[in-house]
Design a protein around this ligand. Structure first.
Ligand code: FVH
Length: 289
């Protein structure tokens, strides 16, 4: 069924993200009903035309898809379990960050109760919602995705990854793991620069440019990893061991703890101990699986 901007939408959860999503749906012309556990987070949305309800049961009566954007997997069950009968035959789009198996559990729970379920991983922070650069990754019910794609695209670029409800979340968490390693590297670098009187702000621009340039290596690493042949290294494990050992010494001299870089050094050291020093650095992935 093709969607119109008149399609009503319910948003459960008015944290920073829920408020951003609801405000964008309202702006896009969707009659929007909102609910939050703690009252008082609906003031701006109410002024913008949202209908705020005191109970989840009333919120879901509004019709249309129900977007859930709560703290975690447990809070989704706490919120939806009491209204499970009212949800039968309805469409739930869960944008709460849940681990892949938690998303799959919710999809199974939904199916057992006659609820159509789409899971989503938000790759954006609240101010990015409705702006270029934001994306939301979906998996689970293709019917929900297709029917409401226009509304979903209002929020962020929308991409569908198949009927395994845990797949979008796997992408989400894989990308977040990438992000946290990158942020950790920045903290370490900024701590080193502080030892020579350079501010983190001054370091930030240079670090961003460097990380952007180095990210160009991902496709080459991807090809190597997929081939499973590490015998023609771009740079060997022995090369990277020398670099990590030097970073360790430099950090120690600067009085900087090595907590962020130690895990990667440990992985390389283990590979070297196994006699793989001449092989490609990307072989470290084989230590993880
Ligand atoms: N904010 C962000 O940058 C990230 C970006 C990527 C995706 N995440 C995920 O989105 C979910 C919601 O995030 P949020 O930013 O809205 O989070 P908070 O502002 O902390 O709001 C949390 C809402 O959850 C409600 N809540 C918490 N526990 C319960 C519960 N047991 N029962 C019912 N509701 C609950 C909370 O209500 P209240 O504390 O105001 O009563 C808020 O509405 C999240 O999964 C992120 O990982 C955002």
């Amino acid at each position: 069924m093709a969607e119109t901007t008149n399609t009503p939408v319910t948003v459960l959860g008015l944290g920073a993200m829920g408020q951003a999503l609801a405000a964008t749906l309202l702006k896009g012309g969707h009659p929007t009903t909102v609910w939050n556990r703690t009252p008082g987070k609906d003031t701006d949305l109410g002024a913008a035309g949202a209908v705020s309800t005191p109970s989840v049961a009333e919120a879901v009566q509004a019709g249309g898809p129900i977007i859930v954007v709560l703290f975690d997997h447990a809070s989704v069950h706490t919120t939806l379990d009491p209204v499970v009968d009212e949800l039968s035959g309805r469409q739930v789009i869960n944008l709460t960050s849940t681990a892949p198996n938690e998303a799959r559990e919710l999809a199974t729970w939904a199916a057992e109760h006659g609820i159509d379920y789409l899971d989503g991983g938000i790759m954006a922070i609240p101010p990015m919602i409705g702006q270029p650069g934001a994306s939301i990754l979906y998996s689970g019910s293709e019917a929900i995705f297709n029917e409401h794609r226009t509304a979903l695209e209002l929020l962020a670029a929308a991409e569908y990854f198949g009927d395994d409800a845990g797949r979008a979340s796997t992408y989400d968490f894989a990308l977040l793991a990438n992000m946290y390693a990158m942020f950790g590297g920045f903290m370490h670098g900024a701590a080193m620069m502080r030892s020579v009187g350079v501010s983190a702000s001054a370091f930030a621009e240079r670090a961003a440019a460097w990380v952007t340039a180095m990210a160009q290596m991902f496709p080459a690493y991807g090809e190597l990893i997929d081939s499973g042949d590490y015998t023609q290294p771009i740079q060997s494990l022995a090369f990277h061991k020398a670099a990590l050992d030097a970073i360790n010494r430099a950090s120690r001299d600067a009085g900087v703890a090595t907590d962020f870089v130690a895990p990667i050094k440990n992985l390389i050291d283990r590979q070297i101990a196994d006699g793989n020093g001449a092989l490609e650095f990307a072989r470290t992935i084989e230590e993880l699986i």
